[in-house]
Design a binder for this molecule. Structure first.
Ligand code: NOJ
Length: 596
């Protein structure tokens, strides 16, 4: 940039204004994001709910972890029926969390510390308390079609569409004498994207937050933005379940419509143009699209390369398809492979081509400068990963998650091994589980309990006021503070070491090789210019309590050095170990540096 400016000045003899800062368009490409669930993160004013000043207070801690950015679950004004995923005003911060000034301060401080800030953006639905909905229900001129309204009689909905949270997706409005659509709870009416005014509203919101300095958006529930304009009944699915259950029907008319992908491409262009016009680092979009793989990939863009979509889209395979009762090492490998293989083969000039081996099969793994693969093992909608994969396997899964190629998103608490909390039905807050019969199985409250900072009152989350969800009883032993000592082994020290490892060239640019060596042991190897980072992991699933001798395939040298070892491992950092016959106990995992 500077050179070009100087050349211009010399050649044209003119004075030009130029900036010497090179904008970073690919800052997100191998980033680690940290998902903050604001209500449970840190309560600075002791009112029982976490808040923005609490997050600001913890920013230096987040820098210490080594993450590059934070994603805040919804903080906009909301009746909190669905914990902020029901927004009543997109331009106001929910008073529980603070004010717009707090957000501005958070952005400034985060940027000073080199952290990017991503906001949760909820475009599919609003709260039924939003002024738009009230105006629409009253048929106020200009707002009549902001939502999806349809005729029917009070005892017969317009069609058979189901809500993701069971029962009809239609709610009768006495006031308007029509039904409105809600794909989630009835307090979350779906916006009507066939109305251009709604597009304009959403762009205004995106611009408002980009003007404040926000670096990108996690787009909530995007598959449900559009529905069939003929309102056709959905066909019956193959699963023999309750007719009120969402899985009773196929959802071709209410999810992943072609118009929905086009909407994401429209937003991508909007944020790209904004960044270019204002000479800023790129603004990123991450889509939450829990669909089949081919549909999910369309959120990245079209295969002709003409439309760009999300920079990365969430990968739910690891979270939803694996569990310690039924999966084995081959399933994990297959899951990783299916994602990488499905990534669209477009924009080829932007690919950094890597080689991926699955078992003995060689695959080409693509890593793009304009989109990225994304792995995650937990979020606020699923049991914490130690519950799903076994608490003894905390380190092994984190090693895999953070050393796979692409972007990683870790959910708050994962960095020090926080486990699910204990919540009784009467204490529950999740609208999807307001029935004692389904509470244990469906409630998302367990993974949302307050963060366990230390062993003082309420785990250091606040100063003793009743918390919105109970603090887990495990906090006396399982808390961050007890893991801060750098001379002692702990999950947190391992997390920090893994984030540093992710930043090495081998992890950023290296080829990816994965092997299941047996039902219960696997190896991930990243390689770049004669250097390798390997993860060897013995799951110990399904009562497989035997030790196992593994090897690191495809390297010519005999030995390597332990860089990170799971808590309680027989190996320690710096140990020189054999790559040909490495003995691992159940649940043991090591990251090995290899140079040959
Ligand atoms: C996905 C969010 O992650 C979840 O928490 C929420 O309930 C639904 N979208 C509806 O907005």
């Amino acid at each position: 940039m500077i050179l070009r400016t100087l050349v211009l000045v010399a050649v044209l003899g003119i004075v030009v204004h130029s900036r010497s800062i090179q904008r970073d368009q690919n800052w997100w490409n191998h980033a680690t994001f940290y998902q903050i669930y604001p209500r449970s993160f840190k309560d600075s004013n002791n009112d029982g709910d976490g808040d923005l000043p609490g997050i600001i207070e913890k920013l230096p801690y987040l820098v210490e972890t080594g993450v590059n950015g934070i994603w805040l679950s919804p903080i906009m004004e909301s009746p909190q029926v669905d914990q902020g995923y029901d927004i009543s005003n997109y331009y106001v911060i929910d008073p529980r969390f603070g004010t717009l000034d707090d957000l501005k301060l958070l952005i400034i401080k985060a940027h000073e510390l080199g952290l990017k800030v991503i906001l949760d953006f909820v475009p599919n639905h609003t709260s039924d308390q939003h002024e738009w909905f009230k105006a629409s229900e009253n048929r106020t001129e200009g707002y009549e079609d902001y939502y999806v309204w349809r005729d029917g009689t009070s005892d017969k909905p317009p069609n058979n569409w189901l809500s993701l949270w069971t029962g009809s997706a239609w709610q009768w409005s006495e006031k308007r004498q029509q039904y409105y659509l809600h794909q989630f709870s009835k307090q979350q009416p779906d916006l009507n994207y066939r109305n251009p005014k709604v597009h304009k509203e959403m762009k205004d919101i995106l611009k408002f937050y980009m003007d404040l300095g926000i670096d990108g958006f996690r787009i909530d529930a995007i598959p449900y933005a559009y529905e069939d304009d003929q309102f056709r009944d959905e066909p019956r699915s193959a699963s023999p379940v309750d007719p009120n259950d969402y899985s009773y029907l196929e959802h071709n008319y209410t999810s992943n419509l072609p118009e929905t992908y086009a909407l994401v491409y429209e937003w991508r262009k909007f944020v790209d143009d904004y960044a270019a016009e204002n000479d800023l680092d790129s603004k990123v979009l991450m889509t939450e699209a829990n669909a089949d793989l081919n549909q999910t990939m369309l959120y990245y863009g079209t295969s002709d390369g003409k439309n760009l979509g999300a920079h990365f889209t969430f990968n739910f395979l690891m979270i939803q398809n694996l569990n310690l009762n039924t999966s084995n090492a081959y399933d994990i490998i297959q899951m990783i492979y299916s994602w990488i293989d499905a990534l669209p083969d477009i924009y080829s000039s932007n690919w950094v081509v890597c080689i991926l081996y699955v078992g003995m099969k060689q695959r080409q793994h693509k890593q793009s400068l304009i989109m990225s693969s994304l792995f995650q093992i937990g979020n606020h909608d699923n049991r914490r990963y130690p519950t799903r994969y076994g608490a003894e396997n905390k380190d092994g899964f984190l090693m895999l998650d953070l050393l796979l190629p692409g972007v990683a998103v870790t959910y708050n608490g994962e960095e020090f091994g926080q486990e699910d909390g204990e919540v009784k039905y009467e204490e529950g807050q999740d609208p999807t589980a307001r029935d004692p019969a389904v509470f244990e199985q469906k409630s998302r409250d367990f993974e949302r309990t307050p963060l366990q900072w230390d062993n003082t009152t309420n785990a250091g989350f606040n100063e003793g006021a009743k918390t919105w969800l109970p603090v887990s009883k495990k906090y006396q032993e399982l808390n961050l503070k007890s893991q801060l000592d750098e001379t002692k082994e702990s999950y947190f020290q391992n997390y920090k070491a893994l984030i540093r490892k992710r930043q090495e060239e081998t992890a950023r640019l290296g080829s990816t090789n994965i092997w299941a060596l047996s039902n219960d042991a696997l190896v991930l190897r990243r390689s770049y210019e004669g250097k390798h980072i390997a993860v060897a992991f013995k799951l110990g699933w399904k009562d497989n309590n035997e030790q196992e001798t593994v090897l690191i395939p495809g390297v010519s040298c005999q030995n390597g050095n332990v860089a990170i070892a799971s808590v309680g491992s027989q190996y320690k950092r710096g140990d020189n170990i054999s790559l040909q016959s490495l003995v691992l106990q159940p649940h043991e995992a090591v990251v090995i540096d290899i140079e040959c």
